[in-house]
Design a protein around this ligand. Structure first.
Ligand code: GCB
Length: 604
């Protein structure tokens, strides 16, 4: 059940033919390698808290909704109560909150509109690509609904082949970021609900039959065979498919089955294996009928053995850091090459080889950059805190987000961990839900590891990790905030750890707030010294856990959050960053950097 006004209207929407319920969207792989018409730039907007653009005064769907982008004809007595052309504009990509002071705290429905030129090509298909629309959206081209989507952080594509025309076209997108109890995430999070089209928007042109999905990975057993599949959308059985890696002199050819899928298996001895320190990417060319795609891919294996994580068969320790998709210096969401370069510049300066992209899928530029730089990635869906775990519809939504995320990024060698949840309550309904999620992810991608950030229990000075969900995970992640939400930094010196699982452990969060530039004693909360003191004691304590294989402290950079109100200190920001949102490094940055550069935290 959603909060706010949209609920009643949604019921009306469900029962009416009205403007038509959109087709489901799909996710095209490698959109950044496709022929693209960018729709980034200025879009007109109308904030529509009462959803007047879709429903009338008795909540019936109106035929003449804002998606028609109608203008009253001069001389005719038509009643039109909106006008996109005369409405203000904001930039896409970009949330609305940071672009208009009057929308700073707005959560609700808002319409976007722009015109674009397009030249449909015979024998080709057109797709409206949305990098992210937070949270629910409906896409229209030339007045026709192309698709609808729920989920604010995964990219999606809707087919608009039948709607586009030569010359000028009109796109209207309705985005509603009303928080919903049965949404993913649910009502409460510790991050800002940036609304709108927060990532690139474009039209992608593909041949009629084209490669919409593929998976190519090194086999774990021998590391000398590339296996997987290529799927060709619209192809009949017997369509020829080829995969070539010219630099390695590798070639495969095969044909599709009745489902358009061609199984791939190609000997691949002697590849230079992708790893931090050797981020080798090969040009991979995929061809199917009239379609061809070129990707840059690394090949590696990832697995666990007892309490160890093996990359290419060798034990590895993950020196990591958590990152939100919060843009440095300007706020809003990360969505440019510059944002990505700044964040990864800091990650490299820290001496890290690993990032946890919290708490939802980030802009794909992040994974592309991680592939190039040799940084390992933990990728996550916003199954965060107290979701409606007993609701099957919510489970379906979580599957949707997981499959969208995996489909987009399974070609990236950097991604080694799929995280299915963060800090969820240990109830039976939760454990059932997330065990199903873990199985689902293993089924979609048996080549990577499944994890989750769990909570820790305490008994006296003993911390216990025995959350039953651990059974379903390959790697146990857990968050703990000793020295901040509980006890003192010194209490860590007396803390023991009892761990019920014989699996690799990653401490997926620890830390504390500090305002950059605020100095004082190491027991004065909010000072850089206090935060640094937490880090010193954490490092010493965590090194007493024998199965510790990785750490991603909370967090690289301060980020906006409405639950952080303390004036003069937080001012609407979570201040647990090692770096402020204005790029000032805090003392704790140096402490962690020293630990990572001297290999002094965790063991392979
Ligand atoms: C957590 C959450 C993270 C919060 C952080 C905090 O455990 O996973 O999203 O921002 O703690 O600062 O409290």
């Amino acid at each position: 059940v959603s909060s706010g006004v949209v609920f009643g209207q949604d019921e009306a929407r469900g029962s009416s033919a009205g403007p038509g319920v959109g087709k489901p969207s799909i996710v095209l792989v490698d959109v950044d390698r496709r022929q693209t018409t960018s729709l980034n730039g200025d879009w007109h907007i109308i904030a529509d808290p009462y959803v007047a653009g879709l429903y009338d005064f008795h909540n019936h769907v109106i035929a003449n909704g804002y998606f028609n982008d109608q203008v009253a004809e001069p001389g005719k007595n038509t009643l039109v109560e909106y006008n996109f052309a005369k409405s203000p504009t904001i930039k896409v990509p970009g949330d609305w909150n940071m672009q208009k002071e009057w929308l700073r705290l707005y959560e609700g429905p808002l319409w976007y509109e722009r015109e674009f030129d397009y030249k449909p090509e015979a024998g080709h298909r057109a797709w409206l690509h949305i990098g992210a629309a937070n949270y629910r959206s409906r896409m229209y081209v030339n007045g026709k609904e192309a698709c609808e989507h729920e989920g604010g952080f995964t990219s999606f594509d809707c087919e608009v082949t039948d709607f586009v025309k030569p010359g000028e076209n009109d796109a209207v997108i309705y985005v509603d970021d009303t928080r919903m109890a049965d949404g993913i995430p649910t009502l409460k999070t510790d991050w800002y609900n940036y609304g709108g089209l927060t990532r690139d928007v474009s039209i992608i042109t593909t041949p009629a039959n084209f490669i919409d999905d593929f998976d190519l990975h090194l086999d774990r057993a021998t590391r000398s065979v590339i296996e997987g599949y290529v799927h060709v959308e619209g192809a009949s059985a017997g369509t020829k498919v080829s995969v070539t890696i010219p630099e390695a002199k590798l070639a495969f050819s095969g044909v599709t089955d009745a489902d358009g899928k061609a199984a791939v298996s190609m000997p691949a001895k002697g590849l230079s294996l992708w790893a931090p320190g050797n981020p080798k990417l090969y040009k991979v060319t995929l061809k199917a009928g009239a379609d061809s795609l070129e990707d840059d891919m690394g090949f590696r294996t990832i697995e666990t053995q007892g309490t160890h994580i093996l990359l290419n068969g060798k034990p590895i320790v993950l020196h990591g850091i958590c990152i939100h998709a919060e843009a440095p210096y300007r706020g809003g969401r990360v969505n440019t090459d510059q944002d990505v370069a700044t964040l990864f510049g800091w990650v490299q300066d820290l001496g890290a080889n690993f990032v946890r992209l919290a708490h939802y899928p980030h802009d794909m530029r992040m994974e592309r950059a991680a592939d190039k730089l040799g940084i390992l990635v933990w990728s996550e869906v916003p199954v965060y805190w107290a979701l409606h775990f007993e609701d099957e519809a919510v489970f379906k939504k979580s599957q949707g987000q997981l499959s969208e995320e995996i489909r987009r990024d399974r070609d990236k060698a950097s991604v080694i961990l799929w995280s299915i949840a963060n800090e969820t309550p240990s109830t039976e309904a939760r454990t059932t839900f997330l065990t199903r999620s873990a199985n689902y992810v293993h089924g979609l991608d048996p080549t990577r590891l499944v994890t989750a950030a769990l909570l820790v229990r305490g008994e006296g000075n003993t911390k216990i990790i025995d959350d039953p969900l651990g059974k379903a995970l390959d790697v146990i992640g857990f968050n703990e905030y000793i020295g901040w939400y509980e006890k003192t930094p010194e209490a860590m010196d007396q803390t023991d750890w009892k761990i019920a699982y014989d699996k690799p452990l990653i401490v997926s969060e620890f830390g504390g707030d500090a305002k950059a530039g605020l100095h004082g004693g190491e027991h004065e909360r909010w000072t850089e010294e206090y935060q640094a003191n937490i880090f010193r004691h954490q490092i010493a304590m965590l090194n007493r856990i024998p199965s510790l294989r990785g750490t991603t402290p909370w967090i690289l950079m301060d980020f906006r959050s409405p639950v952080r109100q303390l004036p003069g200190i937080q001012d609407g920001f979570n201040r647990k960053g090692l770096i402020s949102d204005q790029g000032e490094k805090k003392e704790a940055f140096g402490i962690l950097q020293k630990a990572y550069k001297s290999d002094g935290l965790g063991k392979a």
